[in-house]
Design a protein around this ligand. Structure first.
Ligand code: FCB
Length: 446
């Protein structure tokens, strides 16, 4: 039987741009996502986060729902453009929203877990080059300093960045995310400045000496499998592992980029002259935990002509509505690999895991999302297996508390355990929320 210890944290997650709305209220500045959504053809259906789930106004009701489910921790993110709508200009009203949110969580005995950057870079920063301009490290530093000063003691869990791979590769390489550039050399520059900003934020955090708070980073990681046993496919898998996992894990935990990838990247994209030797000391500042976002695995084969001569191939298992293959056992493999190669005894949190499904409201008014329950169950089982085998996994956050703005997919993908009717903003607990309530109450999975 699967039974989690009392100190295992059950949470749910959201992110500012995906749920808040109120995009032009209380002095909020524009973000790169506001801009990106307004560009033709970038986001499905022309959707924007202008209103989203209106969490900015409805946070009390949403927290009441969390309380009803018994959720112990809420991972939300802080919108930088609310705090600094213009370069160097602090906005108290923007910060006050997070004070209210955190207060309400604490009153309800829900642990606030704050992500400092979940992709909504202020537009003013992008106008100055965004993550390509090394000065971003200072802009971000000014922002985090203010955040720690005002909110530091109330938040026990801080996450510097969410998925820097996505911010850099999807934002500057493939162009699927804001700001929509398509240049892989730029993507690597952006990744480097993100990593530097992370390390700098950890250092600033330590200066505050907040005894009851911890800090870490959240990476999106996956196991990469070769399609066949051929040497070509194995090399392909090692390249994609380098590109999506090791390029971020190595500098943080080992203080250097992986040699094989430095060679490969510089042979394709030219000199990586944005890297300075002294940077690694900053990037590898000791963190208190690692956050892992896990959804699926990757299977690859060699394919000449593709980027890095590698192609992603479809796996045989069932897929979610994102087309992502359901592969719970590779969550176990991933966590085990992380422990062996990187984190050792360091606590790990699964800061996101969940499934998009085509949820519909049944005639009885409920949403019978059995497939989501199955998905969550399978992954929690693997998380438990990791713990039983000596893994230091401390918590699990379902993505997401509620349906929300799924980036380039707009509102077409539903990840929530709470259903959101975007026309009325009515919330309905899906069956998965009721199931999660029981898991949290009993700490067991039947
Ligand atoms: C992750 C993001 C999160 C959400 C999920 C589905 O990459 O961190 O905001 O979009 O995917």
């Amino acid at each position: 039987m699967v039974e989690f210890d009392n100190d295992f944290l059950f949470g749910t997650a959201t992110a500012s741009y995906q749920v808040e709305g109120a995009y032009n209220e209380d002095g909020r500045g524009m973000s790169i996502w506001d801009t990106f959504c307004r560009k033709n053809g970038k986001v499905f259906n022309g959707d924007t986060g202008d209103v989203a789930c209106d969490h900015y106004h409805r946070y009390k009701d949403d927290i009441a729902l969390m309380k009803k489910i018994g959720i112990k921790a809420y991972r939300f993110s802080i919108a930088w453009p609310r705090i600094f709508p213009e370069k160097g200009k602090f906005n108290q009203m923007g910060l006050d929203f997070y004070k209210r949110l955190i207060d309400e969580l604490l009153i309800n005995n829900i642990i606030p877990c704050a992500t400092i950057y979940h992709w909504d870079l202020p537009q003013w920063a992008d106008d100055l080059g965004g993550w390509l301009n090394r000065d971003v490290v200072h802009w971000y530093g000014e922002y985090v300093e203010k955040i720690f000063k005002e909110l530091g003691t109330y938040v026990p869990m801080w996450i510097t960045l969410n998925e820097p791979w996505c911010s850099s590769i999807l934002g500057y390489g493939t162009g699927d995310h804001a700001p929509g550039h398509k240049n892989f050399g730029e993507a690597l520059t952006a990744a480097h400045h993100l990593l530097l900003s992370h390390g700098n934020a950890v250092r600033i955090f330590r200066d505050f000496n907040l005894k009851d708070s911890k800090i870490g980073i959240t990476l999106n990681l996956n196991e990469v499998y070769p399609e066949t046993d051929s040497l070509d496919d194995k090399i392909a898998a090692s390249i994609i592992d380098g590109y999506s996992n090791r390029w971020f894990l190595d500098p943080i935990f080992k203080g250097s980029y992986p040699d094989d990838m430095v060679k490969l990247f510089s042979s394709i994209f030219g000199s990586l002259d944005f890297i300075r030797n002294e940077d690694f000391n900053d990037i590898s500042q000791k963190v208190d935990f690692l956050g892992v976002n896990y959804y699926t695995r990757a299977i690859v084969r060699k394919c000449v002509g593709e980027l890095f001569n590698v192609k992603y191939v479809d796996g045989p298992n069932k897929k979610t509505d994102m087309g992502w293959e359901i592969s719970p056992e590779s969550l176990y493999n991933l966590l085990t690999r992380l422990k062996n190669e990187y984190t050792k005894e360091l606590p790990i949190y699964i800061t996101e895991n969940g499934a998009a499904l085509k949820d519909i409201i049944s005639d009885d008014g409920h949403i019978h999302d059995d497939e989501r329950i199955e998905y969550l169950k399978l992954h929690l089982n693997e998380a438990y297996r990791f713990i039983k085998n000596g893994g230091n996994l401390k918590g699990y956050f379902v993505w997401s508390l509620m349906d929300n703005f799924e980036w380039a997919y707009g509102y077409s993908k539903r990840f929530g355990i709470i259903y959101v009717d975007y026309k009325t903003q009515k919330r309905i607990l899906k069956d998965s929320a009721i199931w999660y309530k029981d898991v949290i109450a009993t700490r067991r999975i039947e």
